[in-house]
Write a protein that binds this ligand. Structure first.
Ligand code: ADP
Length: 545
């Protein structure tokens, strides 16, 4: 027997319809790229998104076409996403921090037909466009008054472009499994691969993100997504906020400590999400300039491991709850969040921080397991590492054009490429990327754990650990350090600092000091480059053995 419930396709546009109907006046505030603050609401955003849909159709964009965006978080970028998906086209976010050739490669792979770009990236677009023949139209996200001279033929200012539509238009409807968005992995561990979200996966992802033990947003929140829409599906916030009826505060192009502090306080932001580097900049700013965060209640921190000092400072000094989260572009992107179960109630001090260092437990609709290389389950004892595998309705089942097929198995599990352990309460902790973990004498050493400990030293600004070939142990750790400005830590001092925090065989065989550690476009340590840089480096222990 079939259930007798309605067919109601899970389309992204239904989320905006909900917000415009039940939270019409809720604010969307943006720091515009042109400078001034801009204020609108869900009702007006929906009206403009319909114009975007209508206007795109007039440009010949249809179901399945890829429409690229190269833009900061502003109301215009946000309404473009809805305008694009409103006719079954696919928003394709481009990361402007990638090398121009890599952006061109990605655009060609996706065969983007139209591009929305912010003013900031116009010179970049001028440089790459001749290499991307599929792009027919470029819309510059500004008005006629701010439109600069450009060598791009047919580039038009956005406000004039949508001004030509009257908005008398209805969203198109189609199967909920239709593609809605596309985002390429940032290529930290290889060539970028295309991830294709569906309407259904985006809507379900927002519902899973909405759970109280996940992001738990409400109509009373004012949300500042510092994580750009071009990172990992913008952490789903473009759908989660309207679903909750939460106000959106968009930071535009400015993500330095002073700007983040200003927008947090003037806009009375209650909830924010960003990678650890952004929070480090804010906390350093506050330490230097002073200031409080009276409205901010919660921050979600993910993208790379959150240093303990960030959690501790937010919670103990500023009274802001930190939710450490893990996810991936391939997972829409949320995978787990570290909220406290009753098993951990009452913990304080270091014991609480030990739990908060973990990436947490998965919300409903994310299945998770750890296995050995032969796909056998590993015990959940909080220490045995394994390959982290996931499954769920907002997890990729393939990459675009079949790339990386080896990461998907016949039972539907996706091998994340991360190495992690799980504890008896179902809390996961990332210990490494499979490609970075150091295999020493048949045992594994976690580079992330070593790095996090090393940055706890007061003179260490940034730390990276890589495995170098070793004649006896196969691989041994080398610790690479960027000292804090004005500090000159000694090797022996750092080794002594680490010595009572880790087992002896985890101790780095050597430490080198550098001016800079290479980073990827998403701000992660680029281990591939670092390993290349130190390929011929001789560990002192290699000669001894
Ligand atoms: P890329 O794989 O190219 O870096 P993503 O932005 O999708 O692109 O990054 C996902 C990866 O980031 C995860 O596989 C994991 O290695 C890392 N990551 C994300 N969140 C965390 C976290 N909280 N702690 C440690 N690593 C994290």
């Amino acid at each position: 027997m079939q259930g007798l419930m309605q067919e109601w396709p899970l389309l992204c546009t239904k989320v905006l319809d909900h917000a415009a109907t039940f939270h019409p006046e809720r604010e969307i505030v943006s720091r515009s790229v042109e400078g001034p603050m801009h204020r609108t609401n869900y009702r007006d955003i929906r009206a403009r998104a319909l114009k975007v849909s209508q206007r795109l159709e007039r440009n010949g964009i249809a179901l399945g076409d890829r429409v690229a965006t190269l833009a900061w978080n502003t109301w215009r970028h946000f309404e473009c996403w809805y305008g694009i998906v409103g006719i079954g086209a696919i928003y394709h976010t481009l990361n402007p921090r990638l090398f121009p050739d890599q952006i061109a490669w990605i655009m060609n792979d996706a065969e983007d037909k139209l591009l929305f770009t912010d003013l900031t990236f116009l010179p970049l677009v001028e440089a790459i466009l001749p290499k991307v023949p599929s792009v027919e139209t470029v819309i510059v996200l500004t008005d006629a008054a701010h439109m600069p001279e450009t060598s791009i033929a047919n580039a038009v200012p956005y406000e004039e472009w949508i001004g030509e539509a009257d908005g008398d238009f209805a969203w198109k409807t189609f199967d909920e499994n239709t593609a809605a968005g596309m985002c390429y992995t940032s290529g930290t561990t290889g060539m970028p691969k295309g991830v294709v979200y569906s309407h259904r996966s985006n809507v379900l992802h927002s519902m899973l993100a909405q759970q109280p033990d996940a992001m738990g947003l409400s109509a009373r929140d004012r949300v500042l997504p510092i994580v750009p829409l071009f990172h990992a599906n913008g952490w789903g916030i473009a759908f989660t906020c309207p679903m909750a009826g939460a106000a959106l505060v968009m930071p535009g192009a400015k993500m330095d400590g002073a700007s983040v502090y200003e927008i947090l306080t003037t806009e009375k932001v209650t909830f924010s999400a960003a990678v650890p580097t952004v929070w480090l900049m804010l906390l350093q700013y506050l330490e230097k300039e002073g200031g409080e965060l009276p409205d901010l209640k919660k921050v979600v921190i993910g993208g790379s491991a959150c240093p303990r000092i960030v959690t501790q400072t937010f919670e103990e000094r500023y009274g802001v709850e930190v939710i450490h989260a893990w996810g991936m572009t391939e997972m829409s992107p949320l995978g787990s969040l570290c909220t406290l179960k009753p098993e951990y109630a009452g913990l304080t001090g270091e014991a609480l921080l030990d739990v908060k260092d973990k990436q947490g437990h998965p919300p409903f609709a994310v299945e998770m397991k750890i296995t050995d290389d032969e796909n056998r389950d590993r015990p959940w004892d909080g220490k045995t590492f394994g390959r982290l595998k996931v499954r769920g309705p907002a997890v990729a089942r393939a990459y675009y054009k079949g790339a990386g097929a080896e990461q998907f198995d016949a039972d539907g599990w996706f091998d994340t490429g991360d190495v992690a352990h799980m504890d008896a309460n179902g809390y996961m902790q990332i210990t490494d990327r499979a490609k970075d973990v150091i295999k020493s004498g048949g045992e594994w050493i976690s580079t992330i754990e070593l790095e996090n400990l090393a940055v706890g030293h007061p003179d260490v600004g940034e730390a990276a650990v890589i495995g170098l070939k070793h004649p006896k142990w196969d691989e041994r750790p080398l610790l690479v350090i960027v000292a804090k400005e004005g500090c000159q830590p000694a090797k022996e001092d750092i080794l002594a600092y680490l010595s009572d925090k880790i087992v002896k065989w985890w101790m780095p065989d050597d430490i080198v000091f550098v001016d800079e550690i290479p980073h990827t476009a998403t701000g992660k340590i680029q281990k591939i480059t670092l390993r290349e840089q130190f390929r011929d480096y001789q560990l002192p222990t290699a000669a001894e053995d």
